[in-house]
Write a protein that binds this ligand. Structure first.
Ligand SMILES: [Zn+2]
Length: 137
């Protein structure tokens, strides 16, 4: 869904991404290290209750990180484009648009990374790219 939305709004697409879950600080939604194919999503965002608000947060965060993997580096530009992608695909009043404005958008610093490395517990999400077929909602 993220890829389709970005394709529709910005006409950009890429493959070969790996998605991981990790224990990140709660103010950090996810991170992508430039030059890698990896996105690490904060496991703490995936709670037991999957409300529309939580799903919307995860969607907006994945759009944000996916834009980084497409080569967009400027944080303000990425936030603006994330908002645009969400708005054009879901309409102004959708929860996803709200999520694209509120974050969590804190950046993971090198110091953070050193600190959390022990408890990060990365777990690869299998068949992440195959999900593109669209049978999981
Ligand atoms: Zn960012």
């Amino acid at each position: 869904m993220v890829k389709k939305a970005v394709q529709r709004t910005l006409g950009r697409h890429r493959v070969g991404l790996m998605l991981y879950l990790g224990n990140l600080p709660i103010r950090v939604g996810a991170f992508h290290q430039m030059g890698t194919n990896d996105i690490v999503l904060n496991r703490r965002l995936l709670g037991q209750t999957r409300s529309l608000k939580e799903k919307s947060n995860v969607f907006a965060i994945l759009v944000h990180e996916y834009l980084h993997t497409l080569g967009f580096r400027d944080e303000r530009q990425v936030r603006r484009l994330t908002h645009k992608v969400c708005q054009e695909n879901f309409g102004k009043s959708h929860q996803v648009v709200q999520a694209s404005l509120t974050g969590p958008w804190a950046e993971l610093t090198d110091e953070d990374f050193m600190e959390i490395q022990q408890e990060l517990k990365l777990e690869m999400v299998r068949d992440f790219e195959r999900i593109e077929g669209g049978y999981i909602i």
